[in-house]
Design a protein around this ligand. Structure first.
Ligand SMILES: [Zn+2]
Length: 249
């Protein structure tokens, strides 16, 4: 887990090469990630799903970087709240936490792939490395979670790379990013007040919410209540993705 946290933190180092821009109204991104996407070819970023174009007040919750020491308590909370969620799992975490994979077995939950080694495609864009990573990730699912169908892929750090897209296509995976970032990976973490304010002022129809398994569970519960008190229904990612996609910028 330490390693993954360190890798998440690396995101910011990766993103520091681009200047910050202001947020687009319909997307709530970390500013440097917004800048990264603005500067990314439509051919690349257009291969990913971000947000549903819908009049319905629906959103989907996603959690990256599991399975982890948090999975049991996180999934228990979500079940108690009857809250659907999608989990983007890291292959090496799956092999290292086999006994925790059972916690994803619930009709509320869906699982997607989030690489095997949480590679950084900006740093190691080698086509063969990425090809092997996809193969190992898919093997982890077929051997450890044979009852789950993996349809979705979220690239580490949200980096959209030609070699990643080629592999998504080869494995018949739909790329999924996000439109509302809880920024729960920042250190220090965003304050409770900021997290709740962000939902009250920026959450909108069709959003895919990005969070991580290590999110503070008291805060998550309050976030779920706030989302619902604002009139939104939290639906499964697959239900949300039945609507057309909105590609940012
Ligand atoms: Zn990740």
């Amino acid at each position: 887990m330490k390693r993954i946290k360190k890798l998440i933190f690396l995101t910011f180092l990766v993103m520091t090469v681009v200047p910050a821009f202001s947020q687009d109204a319909t997307f709530h991104f970390f500013p440097r990630y917004a800048a990264y996407l603005r500067n990314t070819d439509m051919q690349l970023k257009g291969s990913f799903y971000y947000k549903a174009n819908t009049d319905r007040k629906i959103v989907a919750l996603t959690f990256d970087d599991g399975p982890s020491a948090h999975t049991e308590r996180l999934t228990a909370l979500l079940k108690r709240k009857e809250c659907p969620a999608a989990f983007f799992l890291v292959g090496q975490m799956m092999t290292g936490n086999r006994n925790r994979l059972q916690f994803y077995n619930d009709s509320l939950f869906e699982v997607g792939a989030h690489s095997y080694f949480h590679f950084n495609s900006n740093g190691a864009a080698n086509a063969n490395t990425i090809k092997n990573d996809f193969q190992r990730s898919m093997n982890a699912f077929s051997s450890l979670m044979p009852d789950h169908t993996v349809k979705y892929y979220r690239p580490p750090y949200g980096i959209v790379h030609r070699n990643v897209i080629d592999q998504m296509e080869a494995h018949n995976l739909q790329g999924v990013l996000w439109s509302f970032d809880t920024m729960d990976y920042l250190r220090p973490r965003p304050t409770r007040q900021k997290a709740i304010n962000d939902i009250n002022s920026h959450l909108s129809n069709g959003d895919i919410i990005l969070a991580h398994e290590g999110i503070n569970l008291n805060l998550l519960e309050e976030m779920i209540d706030t989302i619902r008190n604002n009139g939104f229904t939290i639906v499964k990612l697959s239900e949300l993705m039945e609507y057309p996609n909105i590609i940012p910028f």
